[in-house]
Each structure stands twice: as structure tokens, then as C-alpha cells.
Design a protein around this ligand. Structure first.
Ligand code: ADP
Length: 556
């Protein structure tokens, strides 16, 4: 029988596809059926503990207060806060009003902060009293933009222009029943704004939507990501101004996990104590934080047994770090990859189910497996796509429902986007199982004799040396090879006898012969970026200015 070919008209599904995915729905569930779960903030000498139900009540009053100050849907409300309860209230409350939460990175230079606040046109700023002095250098330049400052804490507020309010006073005066939250019918509307740290040019704003925020939160809770569950106690060490603390406040609120917020106490000792006392099960942060904590744990043996998973990323996670925690403290450190533009979770490095031993380590030391619902491709310099063979190396491009489509009111960043893909600037290979290996950021690669040397891999190998505390490898100009690697090394205290020859002998056989550096710079400290990563731009500047000269020592 002959078949008639119908024109291809897809049948429209009969589901409630217009039901919006909103931060307001995360808040509703948290304060409702998970209302008894707790949020604790560390203040140095103790914790204040509250519940999602109480946070919900306070958000009602915060919203009424912000409304009375004139905040309307679409307006930006900035935060200059450490990880603390009030920050979580803003995280959940401001987007639920239809306004936009703008997290300010308190470690940026005054010029960058001034630029960002003016560019975002923040109408209101919620600021920690201890951080008020940060605003001093430029506060007059933002007076025409920021109409209200809301200060958390009762410290001095001298020098703030315009209307200054105290956070708690504002909440005390507000009536919890007066504000009617708007219905957010279009979940593509903006929920939060976060600027990249701007290693090149001005910082660029990534404007997350309600939909992207919710989908990202769900993705983070998946078992093959961090598996965050209602029974967890989550400690975001990563600051809430760094890519939304990697989305953890939203994921934890979504499932009703307890949250422990460390305030400004990000040193190893208070973190170890918090983990021990609060029986934290998930603690996330950049490698530099965990390197410090590992050293502390080796010396003081705190009880870290409650930790189920330590998501670690933002920079390559050295194997010594993962092994140290696992073998000596029974703690599993899981590497993840992401960027502000990717909400940030884009890949997680759980090894596949059918590998073990050394092979599993080969997966765990990669940046991760591309997350579900995201598409990735590797692109050559001429724009052609490269195979996922684990060998071919090019720039990673990525797309998906929680990946930025453009920067907020900044055409100068348009070249980061092409045909619906985000160009990450990371140089990677991907294997057939979707695991990425990052060889470098495009701007950090070392071109030697027409080939690339991976600074990331050299750093990892060097940091495996028991006396090397930190290693960051930059390119130095070379007449013959164009560039050669220059490792800048920080030795452990008491390891001064280690010189370039010991490190050269250590690397021999671990990396390709032509990668082996011919000199090393021994420095007391590696400069860090505003989010705690090795600042190679600063190192390169030191090299150009000759400030590393005295520290450089040739391999014999
Ligand atoms: P910044 O540009 O200030 O570092 P981001 O936090 O957005 O801001 O950084 C994103 C970048 O961090 C990525 O493009 C990548 O280069 C690096 N990165 C993140 N995770 C990893 C990882 N697991 N391994 C190596 N690099 C990583």
C-alpha cells in the first residue's frame, strides 16, 4: 500500500510548557515544606542560625522595604556582602520581586567597582558595614546612580551619600503583609547580574534569567554533578559574588539543604572548625582554599568525616590536592569546570563507571565531562570543528540553556559569541566520552618552536613535588623558540635548599623533554586574582618590568 507523505508539522505537546521556572518558586518551596531547614552564618565568635521559614518572613519585609524605596521590576539591586544570611535573603528576595540581584565582587579595584556600578545603574546597594570603606574612594562618582544604601550591621557609615538605612531597621519598620509579589510569567526575564572579573578590557555583565537559574540549580543537584539533596549541609566557601557562589545558594534552597555561610572567615582554621561542628557534607571552593585547608588538616587532623563531596574548580585542580584529601582524610574532591558566562557549571569530573585505579585518576584530573543539556565543540583557529578524539586541541565553544547569549549592554564583547555559541577562550581537547582536558586559557598558552606547551599541565606536575607549595607557569620571550616556559614557584617553608636542578630532575620523565623549563623563578607568593586564582597577567607584568630578575635561576 502506498504511503502518503504528510508535510512535516510537529504535533504540539499538551503540557504546561508556559509554567515559568522562577526563583520565586525556589523560595516558595524552601520557606514552605522545607521551612524548618536551617541557614547558619559564622561571625568569627559564633553562628547565628535561622530557618528558611524565617528567611521567607524576612524576605516579605525586605521586599516591602525595597518597594517603598522605589525598586520596581527590572531595577538592579546591588550587594556588596560576604556569604551571610542577608545575602541569601537578597538572592531569593530581589529576583522574586522581578528586580535584578547584582552581586559586586568586593575584591575588585575601586575603578572597576565604580565602572560596574555605573554601568549596571544599581539603584540600591546592600552593603556589609565592614565593607563601607571600600566605597570611599569613589562614592561621590556613584551618588547620581545609587539612591539608597542599606547597611548590614551597625558599624560606622561615614561618607556614604544619599539615603542610608540599616538593614535590620528597615526590616523592623516594614510590614510583612503589605507587599504583593508580582507574578513572573516570563521566566526569561532577568534574575541576577554578575560581571566577569575583566582580565582584558572592562568587566562584562552576565545577566542570568529566572529560567537559566532554575535549570542550572536542577543540573547541579543531579547525582552526576554534586548530587545535592535535602539531607545535605552545604558550605559555599566560594564567595556569593563569584558566579553566584557557583549557583549553590539556589541549588541548596531548591532542595531544602541546610546552608552554612562562612562570612569573611575563609581561612583554613575557621573553615575546618565549621565543617567539624556543623557536620558539613558539601563544601565548594577554588583550589587555593583547599590547598591551605589540606595543609591545616595534615597538621591538626580536624574531623572532616562528614564531607561527602568537595566540588573544586575555577582553576585546574592539582592531583596532589585530590589525593591528599582522599588518602589522608577520606574526603572526595571532585573537579568541575565553569565560567561566569556558564552560570557557572559546565562540566564535572566523576570518572565513568567502568574504570578504576590509574585510569579513574586520568578522568578525575581532567576539567570534567560536559554537563547534560549543554553542547560543546572544539574549534580550530580557522573556525572548523575538531573531532572529540582526546587529542585534537582548539578553543572550546559551548551552548545551552544556562549559557550566556551576550553581555549586558556591551557590544565590545560581541566577539565572544558566534552563531549561538559562547567562545570560552579555553584551549581544550575532548575525548569520545565528553571529558575535557584544558591545556590552557588562550591567553596563557606558551608557544615554543611552533608547538604549544600546556602551562596547566606543567603546574600540575610541579605542584606534585612535596616541597612546592604553588607553581604558576608563564611564557618568557625566547629568541630561538619564540617562547619558553618560566615556572614561578613558591616553596614550602623550610624547603629553601630546593633549587632549579632538583625541580628539573623531578620533571624529567614526567613531561615531554622539550617542555622542560631551563630556568625557574623562586618567589615568596603568587599574586592572586579577585577570585583567588593565580594572576598570570600580574606575573607577566612583573617579568616585563624586570621584577622577577633577582628570583630567576638557571638549570645547570
Ligand atoms: P575569571 O576570568 O576571573 O577567572 P571565571 O571565574 O569566569 O572568571 O573563570 C572562568 C575560567 O576559569 C575558565 O574559562 C577556565 O579558564 C578557568 N577554569 C574554571 N574551571 C577550571 C578547571 N577545572 N580547570 C582549569 N581551568 C578552569
Amino acid at each position: 500500500m502506498e504511503r502518503t507523505t504528510q508535510p512535516a508539522t510537529p504535533l504540539v505537546g499538551l503540557m504546561q510548557d508556559d509554567h515559568p521556572l522562577t526563583v520565586a518558586s525556589i523560595l516558595r518551596r524552601a520557606r514552605g515544606i522545607n521551612g524548618h531547614r536551617t541557614v547558619s552564618t559564622f561571625h568569627g565568635n559564633g553562628l547565628t542560625r535561622t530557618t528558611y521559614a524565617e528567611i521567607g518572613n524576612r524576605i516579605d519585609r525586605l521586599a516591602a522595604a525595597l518597594d517603598s524605596l522605589g525598586v520596581r521590576p527590572g531595577d538592579r539591586v546591588a550587594t556588596l556582602l560576604w556569604n551571610r544570611q542577608e545575602h541569601l535573603e537578597a538572592y531569593l528576595g530581589v529576583p522574586s520581586m522581578g528586580a535584578v540581584l547584582h552581586t559586586l565582587n568586593l575584591r575588585l579595584f575601586p575603578d572597576q567597582l565604580r565602572y560596574i556600578i555605573r554601568h549596571a545603574r544599581d539603584r540600591v546597594m546592600i552593603v556589609d558595614d565592614t565593607l563601607v570603606p571600600l566605597l570611599k574612594p569613589f562614592v561621590d562618582d556613584i551618588a547620581d546612580v545609587v539612591e539608597h544604601f542599606i547597611v548590614v550591621g551597625d558599624g560606622p557609615v561615614d561618607g556614604l551619600p544619599n539615603t542610608v538605612h540599616r538593614y535590620d531597621g528597615l526590616l523592623d519598620d516594614a510590614d510583612s503583609g503589605t507587599y504583593a509579589f508580582p507574578e513572573i510569567t516570563d521566566d526569561r526575564s532577568a534574575a541576577a547580574l554578575c560581571y566577569t572579573s575583566g582580565t582584558t578590557g572592562n568587566p562584562k555583565g552576565v545577566l542570568y534569567s529566572h529560567r537559566s537559574t532554575v535549570l542550572h540549580a536542577i543540573a547541579e543537584c543531579m547525582a552526576d554533578a554534586f548530587g545535592i539533596a535535602g539531607s545535605d549541609t552545604v558550605l559555599p566557601v566560594v564567595p556569593m559574588f563569584h558566579a553566584n557562589a557557583w549557583g549553590l545558594p539556589y541549588s541548596a534552597s531548591l532542595v531544602g539543604a541546610n546552608q552554612v555561610l562562612p562570612g569573611r572567615f575563609l581561612q583554613a582554621e575557621p573553615l575546618a572548625r565549621l565543617i567539624e561542628q556543623e557536620r558539613v557534607t558539601v563544601a565548594a571552593g577554588v583550589p587555593t582554599i583547599w590547598m591551605d585547608l589540606l595543609r591545616y588538616a595534615d597538621e591538626h587532623e580536624p574531623d572532616l568525616s562528614s564531607l561527602r563531596i568537595v566540588p573544586c574548580g575555577g582553576a585546574a585542580v592539582p592531583r596532589v590536592l585530590q589525593e591528599g584529601f582522599e588518602h589522608r582524610h577520606g574526603v572526595r574532591v571532585v573537579q568541575a569546570w565553569g565560567m561566569t558566562e556558564t552560570s557557572p557549571l559546565g562540566a564535572v569530573a566523576h570518572p565513568p563507571h567502568d574504570v578504576a585505579g590509574e585510569e579513574a585518576w586520568a578522568y578525575r584530573t581532567r576539567a570534567g565531562q560536559i554537563s547534560p543539556l549543554l553542547d560543546a565543540r572544539i574549534v580550530d583557529v580557522d573556525g572548523s570543528a575538531l573531532p572529540w578524539d582526546g587529542e585534537s586541541t582548539g578553543e572550546l565553544e559551548i551552548r545551552g540553556p544556562w549559557i550566556a547569549a551576550g553581555y549586558y549592554e556591551d557590544p565590545s564583547g560581541a566577539d565572544k559569541f558566534r552563531d549561538g555559541w559562547l567562545r570560552t577562550g579555553d584551549v581544550v581537547s575532548i575525548d569520545r566520552r565528553g571529558f575535557m582536558r584544558i591545556t590552557d586559557r588562550a591567553k596563557d598558552v606558551i608557544k615554543s618552536g611552533g608547538e604549544w606547551i600546556s602551562s596547566v599541565e606543567l603546574e600540575n606536575e610541579l605542584m606534585a613535588h612535596p616541597s612546592v607549595r604553588e607553581a604558576a607557569v608563564i611564557a618568557k620571550p625566547d629568541e630561538r623558540w619564540t617562547e619558553r616556559p618560566l615556572p614561578c614557584v613558591v616553596l614550602d617553608q623550610g624547603a629553601e635548599e630546593i633549587g632549579p636542578n632538583e625541580l628539573a630532575a623531578f620533571l624529567s620523565g614526567r613531561v615531554a623533554r622539550w617542555w622542560e623549563p631551563d630556568e625557574y623563578a623562586f618567589i615568596p607568593e603568587i599574586p592572586k586574582t579577585s577570585v583567588g586564582k593565580f594572576d598570570k597577567k600580574a606575573l607577566r607584568a612583573l617579568l616585563v618590568d624586570g621584577q622577577l630578575d633577582a628570583a630567576r635561576r638557571q638549570v645547570a
